[in-house]
Design a protein around this ligand. Structure first.
Ligand code: ST9
Ligand code: ZN
Ligand code: ZN
Length: 326
């Protein structure tokens, strides 16, 4: 017997680890909105994120007076931190789409702390919720709640109780068993202070005599703020705008602007259809620096067991559920 307000129409959802299709009953967005508890704003986060964004805007005026090397260093730090999220927290730890040897795992954990987007464990748990309960109240950044909520609003309010309840049921034993994940969790605050703020600011000052003020604003603040927004665009823009060649029934879409700024994570219709694919795209290195990075690590013998969806499976899926399919 179907519970009240539950539509027995089905939506496909993919398990991020097995890739198996499940069929779950869905509740309408209207019903969800009605039974949602009132949002509780976390004012500390509102103030901190407002300050970060104001400081990032101010840092733009410092660009003309910065040393060329400082600008190049800031760009390098952007990519360094971004890969910590994409190749590390996302494709390695949240999805287990490939395996990496200890030196690469340590490097990726440092890169992840440079990005300061919560510990690997917390990031991966939220991301597993996002895939398993996509666009329901158990999805931490449920895109059905609008652009702002899925972009950054979800970090400014208490989580919906469904996120925590469903998240506690997720399988997380693999991450608990990884010593690199455990140590990063334990040392998270000092590692963020060191790798997100101190090292990026000190290098230009020590090596080419940049003012500490300028290097802090450009290589730490502006770089961090841009990295956050590029990441958040995957949850907002890439859940709204773009083509859906693999599964037209879901909102995640192929968004090339997001792929560019998120070093390869904008092929979001593909990624939600085939979450176990280490490349998160059908097209290899095209607008996908992260896949190039993982392949380079594999070439050096430091990454292995890269999981890839066969071309004939992709083609069959496109014909069955992609845009243009019956
Ligand atoms: C940031 C993260 O920006 C961005 C992630 C984006 C993900 C994007 C994914 C897209 C695909 C990949 C593309 C990558 C592209 C990268 C491009 C790079 C250029 N399950 O959290 P609390 C428990 S972070 C199970 O306080 P509240 C929790 O353990 C920015 N349990 O919830 C705790 O339990 P206990 C920097 C869960 O109070 C309890 O619940 N960080 C789950 O509602 C309370 O946890 C910040 O700004 C779960 N899923 O507060 C920090 N979740 O008590 C922001 C929680 O037993 N966060 N639990 O310990 C916060 O301040 C708070 O979390 C909050 C919610 C205010 C948002
Ligand atoms: Zn994912
Ligand atoms: Zn998504």
């Amino acid at each position: 017997m179907a519970p009240k307000n539950v539509i027995m129409e089905t939506t496909p959802s993919e398990d991020m680890l097995t890739g198996s299709s499940e069929v779950e009953p869905v509740i309408t967005a209207e019903t969800h909105a009605q039974k949602r508890p009132p949002m509780k704003i976390v004012w500390k986060n509102v103030v901190l994120f407002a300050m970060l964004h104001l400081a990032a805007v101010y840092s733009l005026v410092l660009i003309p007076q910065a040393h060329l090397y400082t600008l190049l260093w800031s760009a390098f730090m952007y990519v360094f931190a971004a890969l910590g999220i994409t190749a590390g927290a996302h494709r390695l730890w949240a999805h287990r789409s490939y395996k990496a040897r200890m030196p690469v795992r340590i490097l990726l954990a440092i890169m992840d702390s440079t990005a300061f987007q919560n510990s690997i464990f917390e990031w991966s748990r939220d991301h597993r919720c996002h895939h398993k309960y996509s666009e329901t109240d158990a999805d931490p950044h449920n895109a059905k709640r609008g652009f702002f909520f899925s972009h950054m609003g979800w970090l400014l309010v208490k989580k919906h109780p469904d996120v925590i309840a469903k998240g506690k049921q997720l399988e997380m034993a693999d991450l608990k068993a990884d010593p690199v994940v455990r140590v990063q969790e334990k040392l998270y605050v000092p590692s963020v202070l060191l790798f997100c703020f101190i090292v990026p600011s000190m290098v230009p000052w020590c090596f080419w005599g940049e003012s500490l003020f300028v290097s802090f604003y450009l290589a730490a603040i502006l770089r961090y703020c841009l990295g956050l927004n590029a990441t958040w665009l995957v949850n907002s823009a890439a859940h709204m705008w773009g083509m859906r060649p693999y599964d037209k029934r879901i909102n995640p879409a192929e968004n090339m602007m997001v792929a560019l700024s998120a070093v390869g994570e904008g092929f979001h219709n593909y990624h939600h259809t085939f979450p176990q694919d280490y490349a998160t795209s059908e097209f290899g290195w095209k607008i996908n620096l992260t896949t190039f990075f993982i392949d380079t690590m594999a070439y050096l013998g430091q990454a292995y067991d890269r999981r890839k969806i066969p071309a004939d499976v992709i083609k069959a899926r496109k014909l069955r559920t992609g845009e243009g399919s019956p």
